[in-house]
Design a protein around this ligand. Structure first.
Ligand code: XBP
Ligand code: MG
Length: 227
C-alpha cells in the first residue's frame, strides 16, 4: 500500500543547481577569493553533496596554505545561502514538468508528501515560495534537510529521517531523485526510487532505480503503486 511520496529537492523538484552555482560564485567574490566554479567544474564537484562539503572538496586541490578553516567555510556558506535565497526570491525558478501535478494528485488521494534533501532548510522554504507561492509546510507534511543528519547522501540518513518523521516503513513510500548519490541514498533506506535525471546528472548510471524517466509528466499513482 502506497502511503507517501518523498522528494529530493535539488534537480528533482526544480533545476536549482545553476542558482546554487551562481550563489557560490557570488559568495566567493564577496569574500575576496579568486575561486570560480564553471559548469564543467561544478559537474565534478556535485559528486560531493552539501555546499560546505563541496567547498571542502574543492579546496583539497589547493595548496594547504590557501585552504580555509571550517569556520571560514561556514561563514562563506551562510552568505551563499542568503544569496541563493535572493536569487529564488527574484522568481528565478519553476518546478520541473509534472511535479506540481503529481504532488497535488498525491495529496488529493490522501498520500503524505515529504522531502529528503541535502540542501539546507531555508533553501527548501525559498523554493516553495518561488515555485508554489506558498510556505513549504503547506506543501510538504515532513521536511528532512541538510545538517539535520550527520551523513549526507549517498548515506541513507536523510531518507531514514523523512521516514521516521512520516512514521511509515520504507515499503509504503516511494523516493524521487535526480542523481546517483540521491538514488543510492533512497535505495539504502529501503525505498523504491523513481529517477528523473537533471541537467547535471544526465550522464549518470541509474540501473538500481525502479523507474527512470525524463520527467514526471503523466506518471500516475497507479504506475507508482505497481513499482
Ligand atoms: C544537492 C546538493 C546541495 C546543493 C547545495 O544534492 O548537493 O548541496 O547543491 O545546497 P541532492 P547547500 O539534490 O542530492 O540533495 O549549499 O544548502 O548545502
Ligand atoms: Mg538532487
Amino acid at each position: 500500500m502506497l502511503k507517501a511520496l518523498i522528494f529530493d529537492v535539488d534537480g528533482t523538484l526544480a533545476e536549482t543547481e545553476e542558482a546554487h552555482r551562481a550563489a557560490f560564485n557570488q559568495a566567493f567574490g564577496d569574500a575576496g577569493l579568486d575561486w570560480h566554479w564553471s559548469m564543467e567544474t561544478y559537474r565534478i564537484l556535485l559528486r560531493t553533496t552539501g555546499g560546505k562539503e563541496r567547498m571542502r572538496a574543492h579546496q583539497m586541490g589547493l595548496p594547504v596554505s590557501e585552504r580555509l578553516s571550517d569556520n571560514q567555510i561556514a561563514a562563506l556558506h551562510k552568505n551563499k545561502t542568503a544569496l541563493y535565497g535572493d536569487i529564488l526570491a527574484s522568481g528565478a525558478l519553476v518546478l520541473r514538468p509534472g511535479v506540481a501535478d503529481l504532488v497535488e494528485t498525491a495529496r488529493k488521494a490522501g498520500l503524505k508528501v515529504g522531502v529528503a534533501t541535502t540542501t539546507n532548510l531555508p533553501n527548501v522554504e525559498a523554493l516553495a515560495q518561488c515555485c508554489w507561492g506558498r510556505p513549504a509546510d503547506e506543501i510538504f507534511d515532513v521536511i528532512a534537510a541538510g545538517d539535520q543528519v550527520a551523513a549526507k547522501k549517498p548515506a541513507p540518513d536523510i531518507f531514514n529521517l523523512a521516514l521516521a518523521r512520516l512514521g511509515l516503513p520504507a515499503d509504503q513510500c516511494i523516493g524521487f531523485e535526480d542523481s546517483l548519490n540521491g538514488a543510492q541514498s533512497a535505495r539504502a533506506a529501503g525505498l523504491r526510487v523513481v529517477v528523473t535525471p537533471s541537467i547535471y546528472t544526465d550522464d549518470q548510471d541509474f540501473n538500481t532505480a525502479q523507474l527512470l524517466r525524463p520527467s514526471l509528466v503523466g506518471l500516475t499513482l497507479a504506475d507508482l503503486a505497481a513499482l
